[in-house]
Design a binder for this molecule. Structure first.
Ligand SMILES: Nc1ncnc2c1ncn2[C@@H]1O[C@H](COP(=O)(O)OP(=O)(O)OP(=O)(O)O)[C@@H](O)[C@H]1O
Length: 230
């Protein structure tokens, strides 16, 4: 019998507190969920409910206090410590990040912003620039490839940022409010693109959002309240 496919992201009873004693904040109080290949999952909840903490733990930027984190079936964090030493490499190879304010480097063109990630991963400059141009075409901003971030519209800049997040063909894409700064039509375009990436690359996509314009665009919505999923 063929079982269900291995999820790309698994949290098993993940807990996280910040500070100690009277300053202790229990940000996650036992959170479990899976995200599979090809899924686009939303994560929402009030301010302070733990959304950013979840995203940073999936992104291997922040260690949980307790629980198990699995990436593509491999235990990455368990019993209080990281099980992988090369977290930076894991991030570069497996995870793409997209932020609300696209965080493009102002002194690099669209092409070079995307190519930089590939060069950091060891790809030669010419090959990196070629792949960057392909990605910008894929995201329908190829015509803006020589523009600097200040010359791009909000929607264009966000598409360049998505191209950058996709550069290393990550299997997991994490986005923090990627449409908050965009009008309705551009927000839909960004969601269409994320959906296309989920399908084409069999990626797992987790999007933190408060954006009412896109609530119906997810396969599932995870709701956090006070550090628990409801
Ligand atoms: N570095 C930190 N030190 C201490 N407390 C923190 C830290 N980061 C987050 N917290 C606290 O942990 C809780 C969860 O924060 P988190 O940023 O994950 O929530 P959020 O849902 O992303 O909120 P927002 O929508 O406002 O970004 C909050 O009570 C927050 O104050």
């Amino acid at each position: 019998m063929i079982g269900a496919p291995t999820p790309l992201v698994s949290f098993v009873d993940v807990r996280k507190h910040y500070g100690e004693g009277s300053a202790r904040v229990d940000a996650l109080r036992g959170v479990s969920f899976d995200v599979g290949a090809g899924e686009v999952v939303g994560l929402r909840g009030p301010s302070g409910s733990g959304k950013t903490t979840v995203l940073n733990i999936v992104g291997c930027i922040l260690a949980p206090s307790e629980g198990t984190v699995r990436i593509a079936g491999e235990d990455i964090f368990a019993e209080g410590h990281w099980l992988r030493r090369d977290l930076r490499r894991l991030r570069l190879e497996t995870i793409g990040f997209i932020f609300q304010f696209h965080n493009l480097l102002p002194f690099l063109t669209a092409t070079d912003n995307v190519a930089l990630v590939l060069q950091l991963a060891g790809e030669p400059r010419a090959a990196a620039r070629r792949r960057a141009r392909e990605l910008l075409d894929y995201l329908d901003v190829g015509h803006r490839r020589d523009a600097f971030p200040a010359q791009l519209s909000g929607g264009e800049a966000q598409r360049v940022a998505i191209a950058r997040a996709l550069a290393n063909r990550p299997r997991i894409i994490l986005a923090d409010e990627p449409t908050a700064a965009l009008d309705s039509q551009r927000a839909q375009t960004v969601m269409d693109l994320l959906r296309r990436v989920a399908v084409d690359q069999k990626a797992a996509i987790v999007v933190v959002t408060h954006d009412e314009k896109i609530v119906d665009r997810f396969d599932r919505m995870l709701e956090l309240r006070d550090g628990l999923l409801i």
